[in-house]
Design a protein around this ligand. Structure first.
Ligand code: ATP
Ligand code: MG
Length: 343
């Protein structure tokens, strides 16, 4: 999460490389000895100006020892090979709720029908799309600046790498490239290294193909939305196998949990689907069904029609909505989990 980060070890290292004591660093940089002692003992921070003085003395960029507004990007993918299980709904609204909690969020539209970009009032322009950014990338040869393709959504803290209808052929297009499964990682790594976003959240498509494989190479947490219907619950094993195979290439890949969607406890079907879901993951270690879920709520499609985030739509329409509370709850849970990981 956002913080002013001090690279204490690097400061000590630089001091050793220059063969100078804390007192000498103080004399030469003009920063008081007490501050240098406290910083190196990790007992206090200091001002940007003081770190600049130290960086100037060592002739290194400021970011080597001090980074203002440093954010560790957690990369979340909302993935399920089952169509219509609310992947896009979840990306659009989890991202929005996290942005309301003061987190800086980038959404990436991996839905080949561009439904995520449609959920926000983003103009379609192939030159400003994740598709073009990927097509412009050649692993180890050419990495375009991905920030040139990012579009602000108009909401504070919330940006998007939009989709384009050209994406329909993305698996085939990526397959023609060298190291086809690494293209996204090569493109995104410089952005991740910028420590600008708290969250990068990927929507995905229903194939278990090259593009989704690319997404898995940089994902930290997968959330699997599962529609509470008999078909919604079936076929999960194939997806889980796909994710687990990708875990071998990406050791940071974890399944955050199964997130039940279109839950309607008035219907027996939801209860039956719950039982089916529990059965289908019996024996799968480290796989949890999240307590929080998304209820069936007509405000969801109404908000999509209005191209507004759900909670904003509900607020403007002065309506009540269970789904809004559930999305807020999920955002808080994700945040608490990430903050715990960072402790
Ligand atoms: N909680 C909900 N209540 C009612 N309808 C919902 C809910 N969540 C999603 N829907 C509706 O279900 C449909 C599918 O949702 P969505 O597009 O988010 O799924 P998806 O998994 O992204 O689909 P695809 O696989 O085609 O990309 C949409 O019409 C959406 O409005
Ligand atoms: Mg979708």
């Amino acid at each position: 999460m956002a913080e002013n980060k001090i690279f204490v070890e690097r400061i000590k290292e630089l001091r050793n490389e220059h063969g100078i004591s804390q007192q000498e660093l103080s004399d030469k940089s003009g920063v008081s000895i007490s501050i240098i002692k406290l910083v190196e003992a990790r007992r206090s921070g200091s001002t940007k100006e003081n770190f600049q003085k130290i960086a100037d003395y060592f002739k290194v960029p400021l970011k080597e020892i001090y980074w203002e507004d440093y954010r560790d990007s957690t990369i979340i993918s909302i993935t399920n090979s089952k169509g219509g299980c609310a992947k896009t709904t979840l990306v659009a609204n989890l991202s929005y709720e996290l942005s309301l909690l003061d987190k800086r969020v980038l959404m990436v539209d991996g839905d080949l029908q561009c439904n995520l970009s449609n959920s926000y009032r983003v103009e379609f322009d192939v030159n400003k799309s994740i598709y073009k950014a990927l097509m412009d990338t050649e692993v180890n040869q050419h990495c375009p600046d991905v920030t040139n393709y990012i579009i602000p959504t108009g909401y504070e803290n919330l940006d998007i790498l939009a989709g384009h209808y050209e994406m329909a052929t993305i698996d085939a297009d990526l397959s023609k490239k060298r190291r086809s499964e690494d293209v996204l990682k090569y493109l995104m790594q410089p952005l991740i290294d910028k420590h600008y976003y708290d969250f990068i959240i990927f929507d995905s498509n229903t194939t278990l193909g090259t593009f989704n494989e690319n997404i898995m190479t940089i994902t930290n947490e997968v959330i699997i939305p599962v529609e509470m219907s008999p078909f919604g619950v079936s076929g999960l094993y194939k997806l889980l196998t796909f994710i687990r195979l990708n875990m071998m290439q990406n050791p940071d890949l974890n399944i955050f949990g199964l997130f039940r969607t279109k839950v309607d406890n008035r219907y027996n079907m939801t209860k039956k689907a719950n039982i089916l879901l529990e059965k289908s993951i019996e024996g799968s270690s480290n796989l949890q069904i999240l307590d929080v879920f998304l209820s069936t709520d007509s405000n969801v499609s109404e908000s999509q029609l209005s191209r507004l985030p759900l909670s904003l739509y509900v607020k403007k329409a002065k309506k009540q909505s269970k789904a809004v509370e559930e999305m807020k709850k999920l955002a808080k849970e994700v945040l608490e989990y990430v903050e715990k990981q960072e402790e």
